[in-house]
Design a protein around this ligand. Structure first.
Ligand SMILES: Cc1cc2nc3c(=O)[nH]c(=O)nc-3n(C[C@H](O)[C@H](O)[C@H](O)COP(=O)(O)OP(=O)(O)OC[C@H]3O[C@@H](n4cnc5c(N)ncnc54)[C@H](O)[C@@H]3O)c2cc1C
Length: 493
């Protein structure tokens, strides 16, 4: 006799969406969370709650944010983020490798799924400031990322937890799934460790939504490559690849970019794992308005190649590849006002100076003489006659450098100068399990494994090399809802 119709492994965004969708089908649902309650919610709790969603103008935004004020409407230019734009972004940043069937679902269900989340009690707000700069009295949104969950990641997890409890979904904390119970054909439950004991819980269907392997240094080194053991983990320490391992152990098919991950520029002296008191504020994402130098004192990437949303997730890897795995971001006063809030926190490795030479001496680990030369060469190469505009890809570039900057290039000549030290922070891994468009996990013969579903980070095939900002939560919601509904329906069979 099963203990529950559906067991969902994990209690992050994907897991909650799966649990709520299964419950809608009339299933009894149990959620297993490895973390204690105060650390629950996985990486979802660490996020800003930003969600990429298709919208065709103000009316769609008003549907998702019905409490927008007249003042907000009058001072905002939301533009559009059409299905075509989302398709194009996914194709471009993944170099056309993303699974077209999964992308189709992600894009075409994004708006409907956020609306469904709203119906469950999740609230959204426009991302003023980080995704829109105010110019001539109006906030113009850019980069396809317009909405946050109210209260960011903690708010999102709290709203989803309240929704689950309201629906009678049971959540058990400090309960780690160890293995899937299977007769070789169907999954029949989960073996768990709870309060120092190993127990078996039976269910008609299991949804795996327990994250990637980013918090597992051994797997990172094994699959992402040498050096990845040295990356900092931006989020939860609980995502150690268990869901992927458990599924592979019963014959699931691996899928996607196993050597790829989402990784960003992250405070150099941040702790090994994320700290919920700081959240995502260790990131340093105003680099498009800076120059970045490595230990040799040279620039090594195009800080202005594209909007932050389309470069930040791959630049962590580039920083990891630098000598000593660090870089310094350099700003002057002309662009200081464009820095995001995360530059104002206390837990930061920051130096300031009144001359470039003085700054050079303060950048720990950097060849000072070469740094001074780099700034002089860079300043001379800026095409200052092109107008600077942070809301668009302004084409204000450098010319003639070994590594050019394509947009937002400003000379560095207005002191005090500031330097911020960053290293690589890994967010989540891209490789995972192969699923159908119904969220069923496939075996190595590409047949669905009876009773097994998956959603969220541990699904492979969506992201390769890079990722458009705000897609992780949206994909967790879209595929969580799909997997949960399938699992809920399967209980009746
Ligand atoms: C600092 C930071 C900022 C981010 N900002 C954004 C953003 O603004 N927008 C965005 O779209 N994405 C963002 N992301 C990415 C986003 O967090 C993920 O893509 C998304 O949250 C993944 O959701 P998930 O439900 O798949 O996994 P998670 O939210 O990580 O949930 C996994 C759950 O599984 C649990 N678990 C793990 N192993 C077991 C086990 N064996 N048994 C039981 N439970 C287990 C974990 O404790 C956790 O509850 C950010 C990530 C980080 C780290």
């Amino acid at each position: 006799m099963p203990d529950f119709d559906v067991i969902v492994v994990g209690a992050g965004n994907a897991a909650f969406c799966a649990a709520l969708a299964a419950r809608e089908q009339g299933a009894s649902v149990l959620m297993l969370e490895a973390a204690p309650e105060e650390e629950s919610g996985g990486n979802s709790r660490f996020t800003a709650g930003s969600m990429r969603v298709v919208y065709n103008g103000l009316d769609d935004i008003k549907t998702l944010v019905p409490d927008l004020t007249e003042e907000e409407i009058a001072t905002s230019d939301f533009g559009t983020y059409t299905q075509d734009q989302f398709f194009d972004d996914m194709a471009r940043v993944t170099q056309d490798r993303a699974d077209p069937d999964l992308v189709e679902l992600l894009v075409t269900r994004s708006f409907d799924t956020l609306n469904w989340m709203r119906s469950k009690g999740v609230r959204f707000i426009p991302i003023y400031g980080r995704q829109a700069f105010k110019i001539e009295g109006k906030f113009k949104f850019w980069g396809g990322l317009t909405l946050d969950a109210v209260g960011g990641g903690p708010g999102l997890v709290n709203m989803l937890t309240a929704a689950a409890k309201k629906q009678g979904i049971e959540i058990v904390y400090q309960t780690r799934a160890l293995a899937l119970l299977s007769d070789g054909i169907r999954v029949e439950g989960v073996r768990v460790r709870q309060e120092g004991e190993v127990r078996e819980l039976r269910a008609k269907a299991v949804v795996l939504a327990c994250g990637g392997f980013e918090a597992n240094p051994e797997w990172r080194t094994r699959y992402l490559g040498p050096g990845w053991d040295l990356a900092k983990v931006r989020g939860t320490r609980f995502n150690t690849g268990d869901g992927i391992r458990m599924a592979l152990e019963i014959g699931a098919s691996p899928c996607g970019n196993w050597s790829g991950c989402h990784a960003v520029g992250w405070e150099r002296n941040a702790p090994e794992f994320g700290d919920l008191a700081v959240g995502d504020q260790f990131q340093k994402h105003s680099y498009p308005f800076s120059i970045m130098v490595n230990a040799t004192g040279k620039r090594f990437l195009d800080e202005g190649a594209d909007f932050r949303n389309y470069t930040y997730a791959r630049y962590g890897r580039v920083i990891l590849e630098q000598p000593g795995q660090f870089a310094w971001q350099i700003f002057d006063q002309k662009v200081k006002h464009l820095q995001r809030d995360e530059y104002k926190i206390r837990q930061i490795t920051k130096v300031t100076a009144n001359t470039v030479e003085e700054l050079a001496g303060k950048l720990e680990g950097v060849d000072a003489a070469q740094f001074v030369e780099t700034v002089a060469e860079y300043n001379a190469a800026v095409r200052a006659e092109i107008p600077f505009n942070p809301n668009i890809k302004d084409g204000r570039k450098t010319q003639g450098l070994a590594v050019n900057k394509s947009n937002w290039a400003n000379t560095i000549d207005q002191p005090p100068y500031e330097g911020y030290a960053v290293t690589c922070g890994i967010t989540f891994t891209f490789g995972g399990l192969r699923i159908t468009t119904g969220g069923e996990v496939l075996n190595t013969d590409y047949q669905p494994i009876g009773g097994l579903y998956a959603a969220g980070e541990l699904v492979g095939g969506l992201f390769y090399f890079n990722y458009p900002g705000g897609t992780g939560l949206t994909s967790g919601s879209v595929f969580g809802r799909i997997a949960g509904a399938s699992a809920g329906r399967a209980r009746a069979n």
